[in-house]
Design a protein around this ligand. Structure first.
Ligand SMILES: Cc1cc2nc3c(=O)[nH]c(=O)nc-3n(C[C@H](O)[C@H](O)[C@H](O)COP(=O)(O)O)c2cc1C
Ligand code: SF4
Ligand code: FES
Length: 544
């Protein structure tokens, strides 16, 4: 598989060398241009020469930005500029370590929160180290023995023996109200039914562990701490839809999650649970692209192409991976399934609040006292999540706004934070639950700066396949950048026109959600935009 090959080639020399690509192109009869086209799509492949012996990446995405990453990056770049190329410091997008903001990687090793002084000390240590890439931090996880003791894999065995028939599994999932936790919230049982009904063979099941949305790190928690929950959900899905192969696509930066996942798969193989009638199980490691989390882009990526989304319909249930019927689910969705089958649909439904069904693992970050992931009832409010789980806002500050589902979800203003964190109520409030990456923002933060950061993310991650997103996200970003640089004020009518075009005509959700935060900021904080047009930041945030 092409991604595996590119990772191996890069792993050998620290970057992709033309001679290696030519040799592979010749051997595998793949045109060099195809290889280059794929490799150049992903941020983590280096085609421009070897990395420096010490490489630091500083996350610039929203939660880290709110916690001082811009200053951290600037200080490090200034202090390391005299190192003669020995130390490379660059900015990057969300590392999935948002609870540790400001987060960085040092030769791939995740660190955070860190100050510039702490990092400079670590850089000095690494300069003398013999190995470039350190081992991933060890995170204890629930072993197969412990998982089985608590009833783990019982549901899979019942399904495989036919004691839990396939129609019963689907009707339990439907009755539980379980919806997709990767962003779109599609009812899970209904999706399984669509794939089952497809006559074409073979079928595939895919677990989406690409998790790249700023503010989202809950899938990392599942994979690091309880990989067997995810694997059991994946194997049940494979058994129910009759999949030939199960693929788990995980982002490259999740070193500890990948290590624990491999250990858990090793345990499964030794236990015989992966033998026939189980499917082939394959792990594919991504290479740094947010849009690859979009389901059809993810298929393209697994197939060894540039991770560009496909036009839908057709939907993955009929034409997915390798053009075959495919069930794709988020990590959290799959992880919930074994327990639902063991404890029943009613049990799961009853976990929700305010009319919502079930549980949600919220990733909470931003200006809260205790950032982290929390299993909470779906339907509790953002206000409750922050106060009852997150320890309130840090230093007793007041809340200004709350992103309920990462930067793509738009945000709730203070007056709206009692809205239940649930799919439909949030849509009614003009926002989205997304994947449940909640980012709390304190009073005193500049709405213009906030929005500029969101737009930078989307403009950076747009794959460029369709014009509304490629041009629109850049244009919106340039309007906000110009405003901050003392340029003309932003015309809300122009923003509205651009936003409508992007929402209605973009191929995928990235382009459809890119303008939402700016729309909300203009709606809730117009005075901050007006002040910036006159060269003033009302909050004083931009002068800090
Ligand atoms: C730009 C973009 C990025 C996405 N990233 C992810 C992701 O990292 N993980 C994920 O599960 N779903 C992601 N999704 C949603 C997937 O397309 C898809 O809806 C999901 O994997 C289906 O699983 P679910 O029904 O269990 O949520 C993304 C969607 C878009 C438009
Ligand atoms: S909306 Fe953006 S990310 Fe999605 S296909 Fe179009 S250009 Fe690519
Ligand atoms: S790690 Fe920085 S925003 Fe997620």
């Amino acid at each position: 598989m092409l991604l595996d090959v590119l990772h191996t080639l890069q792993g050998r020399r620290g970057h992709l060398v033309r001679a290696d690509l030519e040799a592979f192109s010749h051997r595998a009869r793949v045109p060099l241009a195809t290889l280059h086209g794929a490799a150049s799509f992903y941020s983590n492949f280096r085609l421009d020469g070897p990395a420096s012996p010490v490489a630091v990446k500083v996350c610039r995405s929203l939660t880290c930005h709110l916690n001082g990453s811009r200053q951290l990056l600037k200080t490090l770049q200034e202090r390391c500029a005299t190192e003669g190329g020995e130390v490379e410091v660059s900015g990057c997008q969300c590392l999935g370590l948002c609870e540790r903001a400001p987060a960085v990687t040092l030769n791939g090793l995740p660190l955070g929160p860190v100050t510039a002084e702490e990092l400079l000390a670590q850089i000095a240590e690494r300069r003398g180290a013999r190995t470039r890439r350190p081992a991933p931090p060890r995170v204890p996880y629930t072993s197969l023995a412990r998982y089985r003791k608590a009833g783990g894999y019982d549901a899979l065995e019942l399904v495989r023996k036919g004691e839990l028939d396939l129609a019963a599994v689907v009707s339990t999932l439907k009755a539980s109200g379980l919806r997709g936790m990767g962003g779109a919230g599609f009812p899970t049982g209904t999706k399984w039914e669509f794939v089952i009904k497809e006559p074409s063979q073979p079928k595939y099941v895919v677990c989406n562990a690409d998790e790249g949305e700023p503010g989202t790190f809950k899938d990392r928690a599942f994979l690091e701490l309880s990989p067997h929950e995810v694997l059991e959900g994946l194997l049940i899905a494979a058994a129910v839809i009759g999949a030939k192969e199960a693929v788990l696509y995980i982002r490259e930066e999740y070193l500890s999650a990948r290590a624990n996942l491999q250990k858990a798969i090793g345990e499964l193989r030794r236990s015989g649970l992966l033998s026939a009638p189980g499917p082939q199980l394959r792990v594919v490691v991504g290479a740094g692209s947010y849009v690859c989390g979009e389901e059809t882009a993810l298929f393209e990526s697994i197939e060894g192409k540039r991770g560009e989304p496909r036009i839908k319909p057709p939907y993955p249930a009929s034409i997915g991976l390798w053009g075959k019927p495919t069930l794709i689910q988020n990590v959290e969705t799959l992880a919930r399934i074994p327990e639902i089958l063991r404890r029943g649909a009613e049990w799961y439904r009853s976990q929700g609040r305010n009319g919502a069904a079930g549980l949600k693992r919220f990733a909470l970050s931003g200006h809260v006292a205790k950032p982290g992931w929390y299993d909470a009832p779906l339907g509790l409010s953002g206000e409750e999540l922050v106060s009852q789980y997150g320890g309130g806002m840090r230093d007793g500050h007041a809340l200004k706004a709350l992103f309920p589902g990462g930067v793509a979800s738009g945000f709730l203003a203070k007056a709206q934070v009692s809205t239940p964190l649930d799919f439909d109520p949030l849509v009614k409030a003009g926002a989205m639950l997304g994947s449940g990456g909640v980012i709390a923002v304190e009073e005193g933060t500049c709405a213009v700066d906030l929005v500029e950061n969101c737009l930078e993310f989307f403009a950076h991650e747009s794959c460029g396949k369709c014009t509304p997103c490629r041009v629109g996200s850049e244009k919106l970003l340039r309007m906000v950048q110009a405003l901050r640089a003392g340029g003309p004020s932003i015309d809300p009518g122009t923003v509205e026109e651009l936003a409508t075009t992007m929402i209605e005509t973009s191929i995928c959700g990235l382009g459809m959600t890119a303008p939402v935060a700016l729309r909300h900021a203009l709606q809730h904080f117009p005075e901050e935009f007006e002040a910036h047009a006159q060269g003033r930041c009302l909050t004083g945030w931009c002068a800090r």
